[in-house]
Design a protein around this ligand. Sequence first.
Ligand code: SF4
Ligand code: SF4
Length: 108
Amino acid sequence: MPSLPVSPLPHTPLLASATVPVVSNPATTPTPKPRAKVTIIPELCKGCELCVYACPSGNLTLSPALNSKGYHPAVFSYNGQRGACTACAICYWVCPDMAVSEIRRLKL
Ligand code: SF4
Ligand code: SF4
């Protein structure tokens, strides 16, 4: 039976000297302060989720409640899944219905 070629293992000294990225512990990492408050007009929102996916801080989600048109409108939270709102205004620019009415900077 012919023997199969085997790939050599990576050079061990290189592996030993490889740096491992330090992962911060979410339990001990202080929560960043939010820099802004975002206002969304529920009646203008059609729940398309463009802003939800575009927000780099994960500050926007869809509400479980319905608006008068039967859509789940986007709602803002100060500290999202990936950090606090930074007032980047991406949610404002991606919304096709101008439902993001105000991004008010907070005093730090
Ligand atoms: S301003 Fe930026 S960080 Fe804040 S909710 Fe909108 S997209 Fe997210
Ligand atoms: S992008 Fe605009 S319409 Fe779409 S979910 Fe966000 S606020 Fe609502």
